[in-house]
Design a protein around this ligand. Sequence first.
Ligand SMILES: Cc1ncc(COP(=O)(O)O)c(C=O)c1O
Length: 381
Amino acid sequence: MEHFWNRWKSEYITTLREFHRQTGNNCNLQTIQVGDVVQVQDDKLPKNRWNIAVVDKLITGNDGFTRAAIIRTRAGRTSRPIVKLYPLEIQTNINNLDDKNDDTSNSTERLTRVLPKREASVGARENIKKWTTQKRACKLHFESAPLKIVQASRQYMYDDTGNEYLDCIGNISHVGHCHPHVTRAGQDQLGTLVASTGYLNEKSVEYAKRMIETLPEKLCVCFMVNSGSEANDLAVRLCRSYTGHHDVMVIDHAFHGNVSVIADLSPFKWQKLGLEKKDWVHVVPFPDTYRGKYREDSVNPGLLYANEARNIIQSAHEKKRKIAAFLCEPMMVTAGVVEYPPHFLSQTFRAVHEAGGLCIIDEVNTGLGRTGDHFWAFQSQ
Ligand SMILES: Cc1ncc(COP(=O)(O)O)c(C=O)c1O
């Protein structure tokens, strides 16, 4: 293996750099340009673990020579000597090079460099295009020209040709992509113990304690699960077991996860798939004062929507059905990041409690400080 890496470094990697050197007619000609994707030589690491970086800025001395560059790696921005940077898969336009004696042409123009798409990347994009024309479970962002994202750092993501994108979708990484603190903690734990339940472990206890500190006093029991879907599933089971009731009330357009019971409790999911609502599922109108049944100009729209919930509970009772739980987000996120009108949640909770049911708050999207003022979004209700 060592032999392979030695040859890779001494033959392939240095060839890349030499190629770029030789294709310029003097050092003044910049062989590395802003936006190039480069590997950064690090003598302390095996070559296969050298960082990939994007060149942000070239540092040119008073003598006109460029000897260093500001680069951006997943750990942030730093500067490196040009000789330590190895441009990847970048070609000089050979046809233009043959024209060395043409002094009339501008040297930088003559050496117009192109970033050829890797064969694998082109193949992947073709496959993705094919998939987009077929029916499939996985939906891509930007279907007509999907991105192949290979790396990310903070609020930025990078595609396979080094383009940088500001990530306005985010989804899961609420402290940015690859936050060094989070990455290190994950790496440390993976190198220490991949824990499974059923054993005593200091870390789990400390984690539970710190979670409980963020919650009101009564919420003092933690049960670790693997995903939001599992958490909601467990919460529904607990409510059913505690109340002895079976039915669950949710808000229209909500999404709460992918496991079977929870998919049944996600109108967003079954409506899209054209499936029927289950008898034990009760759907409250979406309390949206912009598009919904009661608008901003209604008198106390929150109360009007809460009354809708009350009526739904009532009609369930008339059918001899009882509500075990009301499952909701503290604000609707998947359905369009919509805040509830004042009093909707508190009054709906009151109606559910009066009917002997319990309330489940799904903080998968909103928790961990993501809404600003509070650690959990329900605390601002
Ligand atoms: C509000 C909400 N609840 C639950 C889930 C399911 O979480 P997970 O994907 O971890 O199962 C999601 C996923 O996006 C969600 O948005």
